[in-house]
Structures are given as structure tokens and as C-alpha cells.
Design a protein. Structure first.
Lengths: 199, 199
DNA sequence: TTACCTTGTTAGTAAGTACTTACATTTGCT
DNA sequence: AGCAAATGTAAGTACTTACTAACAAGGTAA
């Protein structure tokens, strides 16, 4: 019984392949046969690790939650200038999304059909980001450097801008858009936002 | 042969039901049997009107393009104050999205699997909106009332904010969010944007 | 060696899928 | 009434799906 090396790597291979195929073909489109073949294992092995396709799906998205990627994300934001802090938050946000691109695709595609589980994970991530930014806005209000506005709404609009950018570039694969690098986009978006919220 | 009343309504019933079920269960999840039953027709009737499920899918999304809803959208924007013009564009944008909610769901869910057709329709809509707003920014630049910024990027960020709001409220069905009515959101978002782009 | 654990192979099941064929029934127009 | 188009009913085809049962093969630990 050796459960640390080979066994675990078989399981992980299946999970990785499942993530890729679920994201490419959807839950119904990705068959257990195909997942097993691409993972290089027999189909029956897949069912020995995961009792059903639905279990595999759940464990796949659980294994790719966003929250670990959030830890220690915004360390020294408080002592940075306002604009730089926002730029850093935006960049980190885009980085996480890029890292979890496949998971984002799955969630967008299957959100309607499997609401409970997916909404929970997705919203936990968004809420964490929005709350962090909103409370940062609150602090800045206290310091008197910002004009009055609804901090939660502002945080939502901030991430909304960047999520739409990510969506256009990475999910919709816009080839006909002239390509604009992330840095310039961050600068322009943050610029609008900084001027829009300062006194 | 009477093709205007009954015949057309049978076809339309199928198309309407297909839109609803494709949006709720996805392309693979919605079966032709179910679509026919919910439309109140025999399955074979469905195949007499649409030679294949894929044809039905294409005609469904073609019948629900965004562009007709865009016609005559922004009539008197040029003679409105800047902030009111932006608010009106935002409201119209949100209205169209709400009208085509099912289509948006389908596109988000099936974008990965059927890229060609869907991307075309989706992007045609977004490009139309972005270009309209960007050229409006260009005119305002000419008049000297706005600071210098990238008009296309700004337009994208503007719609990105509102699309994310729509997504959170209507697609993800956020119940745990405190509900904020559209008007207040439009006001807050536009406010940030106006201050962020004025001189 | 012996025992165990994990995997592969092969074959199979029961159910569901898109789609078809043949024939009967309804419906509206002339 | 009579014709023709649109629809319904019933049966069936060929295929795919998630999932299982039975047995053999390999490696690891005692």
C-alpha cells in the first residue's frame, strides 16, 4: 500500500484532465471515457477513484477554488499611494483569473445548471475581493482623501471593469480586437477610477 | 395552405421553447424530445421544421440577435449634458441585456464549444456599443470638455462595469447581495466615470 | 514466498440520444 | 365535398452514455 506517490498522482492526473476537458467541452460534453483516455488510465480506474461523474466534477472544482490564491495577496497596500495600490489590486486580480482560467470557464458555462456548488465558490471569491477593496475605500474615506461614494458599489464596478477585460481577452479570445497589453489597460482603467473617486 | 397563422406559430412556439430550454439546460442538456413536449408539438414536427438539432440551435440564436434592439437606441445623445448622456447609454445597455437575458446565458454557456457563430453575434453587439460610445468620446474630445484618454479602452471599461453588474444581478442571481436598484447603480457608476474622464 | 493493493482488459447492461419511416388524423381553402 | 398541407402516433434504428462484474497482471511490504 503506497498512497503517496503513484496513487495520488493517478488521482491528480485524472483531476487535471477533468479540469481541462470540463472547461473545454462542458460537463455533459466531456465523457468519462475521454477523460480517462486523456489522463492515460483505464475508464474503470476513474470510477474506482470517483464513484460517479458528478463526484468527479465536484472534486474538480473544489480542488481549484480561488481562495488559496488570495492568501497574502495584498500585503503592503496601506502604505502605498492610492493609484499604485489600485493598480496592484487590479494586477493581482487579473493574475488570479489567468491562473484559474479553466475554472472560470467551467463556472460560466455550468452556472445555470449546477447553481448551488458553483455559485458558492465563485461568490466566495468575488465577495472576498469586493469586501477587501470596499474596506480599503472605507479607510481612505476616514483619512479624508476620497470623496463620498458607496464603497461596495465602487468596488464592484472596479472589479467589473477588469473582469470584462479578462473575459474579452482570455475567454472570448478576441482576435479582431487590436491587442492591448494588460499593463496599459490597468493604467487606463485605474486612471479613470482614481480621478473618479478622489476629492 | 395557410402559412401565416398556425404554421408560423408552430415554428415560433418551437423557437421560443428552444430558447428557454437551451438557456436553462445548455445545448447538450436540452433534448429535442423535451423541447417538443414543452412546445406542445410532436417531436417529429420539430424535425420537420428544423432538419437537425444544430440547425434549430443556430436559428434560435439568429432569431434573437441583439442588433435590432440597438436600432434607434441613442437618438438625442449629442445635445444632452455629458453625465445624462452616459446614464442614458447605460440604461439602454442594461435594458437590452435584460430583454435578451436568455440569449446572453446561452452565449456564456456555449461560447467555448461553438465559438464561430456565437462569437460573431456577441461581438457584433459589443463592438457596435463600444464603437458608438468611443466615437462619442472622440467628439467630446474635439469640443475640449474631456481630458485625454484612450476612447476605446474607456468605452470598454464603461460597458464592463455595467455588464458585470447585470451578470451579478440577473445571471448569477445573487440573493445574498443586498439588492441595489439599477438606477442607483447607474448613478454611482456614471458618477465615477464622469469625474474620471472630465478635465 | 505470501499477501495486499492498485491497475488494466474485456465484456456487458440499461438507459437515453438524435433522427427516421409509415400511416392515420386534423385542418383550412376552394 | 374534395384536396392538400400540416400535424400526430407508434415503432424502430444506430449510436453513445455512465457505470459494473470478473479476472488477470504488476509492484510493494512483511
Amino acid at each position: 500500500m503506497q498512497q503517496d506517490e503513484e496513487t495520488c498522482s493517478t488521482r491528480d492526473k485524472i483531476l487535471e484532465t477533468a479540469l481541462r476537458l470540463f472547461s473545454k467541452e462542458g460537463y455533459l460534453g466531456a465523457t468519462t471515457r475521454e477523460i480517462a483516455r486523456e489522463a492515460g488510465v483505464a475508464e474503470v480506474t476513474l470510477f474506482r477513484h470517483f464513484p460517479s461523474k458528478e463526484t468527479l466534477f465536484e472534486e474538480t472544482i473544489n480542488a481549484n477554488s480561488f481562495l488559496p490564491a488570495l492568501k497574502g495577496l495584498m500585503p503592503g497596500i496601506r502604505q502605498m499611494p492610492y493609484g499604485e495600490a489600485l493598480a496592484m489590486i487590479a494586477k493581482s486580480f487579473l493574475e488570479i483569473l489567468a491562473l484559474r482560467k479553466d475554472t472560470v470557464k467551467i463556472m460560466q458555462a455550468e452556472m445555470q445548471r449546477y447553481p448551488e456548488k458553483i455559485q458558492k465558490i465563485y461568490h466566495a471569491f468575488i465577495d472576498e475581493m469586493v469586501n477587501t477593496l470596499a474596506s480599503y475605500f472605507g479607510e481612505m474615506h476616514g483619512k479624508g482623501s476620497l470623496r463620498e461614494f458607496d464603497t461596495e458599489l465602487a468596488a464592484r464596478s472596479f472589479f467589473g471593469m477588469f473582469f470584462s477585460y479578462f473575459n474579452a481577452e482570455e475567454i472570448l479570445l478576441r482576435k479582431n480586437y487590436r491587442h492591448i497589453d494588460a499593463d496599459k489597460t490597468v493604467r487606463e482603467f485605474v486612471d479613470i477610477f482614481v480621478r473618479g473617486t478622489l476629492k
